[in-house]
Design a protein around this ligand. Sequence first.
Ligand SMILES: C[S@@+](CC[C@H](N)C(=O)[O-])C[C@H]1O[C@@H](n2cnc3c(N)ncnc32)[C@H](O)[C@@H]1O
Length: 253
Amino acid sequence: MTAPRDETHFGYTTIPLEDKQGRVDDVFHSVARRYDLMNDLMSGGLHRAWKDALLTAVNPPKGDRPFALLDLAGGTGDVAFRVAQAGGPNTRVTVCDINAEMLAVGAERAAQRGLDHAVTFEQGNAEELPYADKSFDCVTIAFGIRNVPRIDRALAEAYRVLRIGGRFLCLEFSAVDVPGLDTLYELYSFKVIPRVGQAVTGDREAYQYLVESIRKFPKPQAFARMIEQAGFRRVSFRQMTGGVVALHSGWKL
Ligand SMILES: C[S@@+](CC[C@H](N)C(=O)[O-])C[C@H]1O[C@@H](n2cnc3c(N)ncnc32)[C@H](O)[C@@H]1O
């Protein structure tokens, strides 16, 4: 008898665990060139405010103290650019993402903004980071963790590469808990987003995956427990926009 294969979700579809990364990679290959435009369209620009809240929590030094940030699943560099612009002259950001197409868009944007001295783009898997232990002051991941097949491995890796006293920050879609807003949000997510995705990127499936994967992601309390299980201390989270997103935090102490 063969052992049962591990399964996971790709949106609402149950698939073998080992197939998920390939499916996720197809999604981001397909939408990379239109990814930033779609973020603005889908969130009505709100993703900028959420990323600004993440930047405030990162709080890079304004002076010349060295500061190394790892932005996991950093895609086209949005979080990295914010931190590099806000930080002092020795702030350095490494964007690590599994998808070469997203990274290529990010590297072009960095060059256009004159930020290529401060931001580097490197291909890597969040589950198996190509960095030494204790090499970063802060690790961020924005709208990335729910795409990673083995979340516990990614959290363990974030913990490993952080120095003692470093902070892990994760911005992710969460659970809307405001009566009335939840119904509107459901309608908007399932009726509007896949259609806009189809019109702008030609890939409806990618945006269907996006809204389904948000619903499948653990509730914020459960995700906070996973962060604790990875070894982080003083774990907390703050929901924004009625629970549309949550900013999770943990320290390596
Ligand atoms: C929704 S995008 C977020 C991009 C960026 N952080 C932002 O906020 O705009 C998700 C990103 O996760 C990346 N990703 C998915 N699985 C990954 C993995 N195992 N390791 C690293 N990156 C991954 C995708 O390639 C994609 O760029």
